[in-house]
Design a protein around this ligand. Sequence first.
Ligand SMILES: [Zn+2]
Length: 232
Amino acid sequence: MGSKKTVIFAGVPVQVVRRPRMKNIRIRVVPPKGEIVLSCPYGVAAHQWQKVLQEAWAGVIQARERCRQKHSAERLVPVGGCCMLWGRIFPLELVRRPGKPYIRHGTDKIFLAVQEEPSEEYIRSCLHELYRHELMLTLPEVLAECESMTGLRANEVRLKKMHTRWGSCNVSAKRIWLSLSLAGKPVECLKYVIIHELVHLLERKHNARFHALVRGFYPRWQEAEAQLCSDS
Ligand SMILES: [Zn+2]
């Protein structure tokens, strides 16, 4: 038996579990979604566990990020013949036809035309192609909006498959990399990730100043965070 409560620590929910027979404070990042759980004995005061959490925080956030990205990368594969595009579920329809394979999306379906039964890996590569195409169409407008919201400008924005992150920023080259998987999420997530990466041009580290800047430019960050770590 014990007690549980969720607290917000540095903007991130942390479940604090009190257990009667524990000796030490223990922090875990629980797969698949990367929830942070801190367990401690009853007698420990809040400032004590907060201190321990603060010291471990950078590593905890990294572990949480890995967990969440792994989870979402796995979910890019069509589940039950569906795939996500801009936050919506589209049934995936396989069409057998001669000639060059192609993928396109209609208003309520994604069509994949192939000559023979495609492997899951092949479907995944087609989806990446669709995602790249969709991002190329959407990115210019969203990027311009993010740049005017922040007053920050990247020299270059490039797309690639990323397995552990949604984006990254090469600060000295002012180059932003975005994950192709963002095309599966609502467009607000793309905006949030671009703002995150642009803010790195002001602050390299994920410290308090960084988070304050992101929240200032993008007040609905919590919603975007939740969508980025959701299954779909
Ligand atoms: Zn970052």
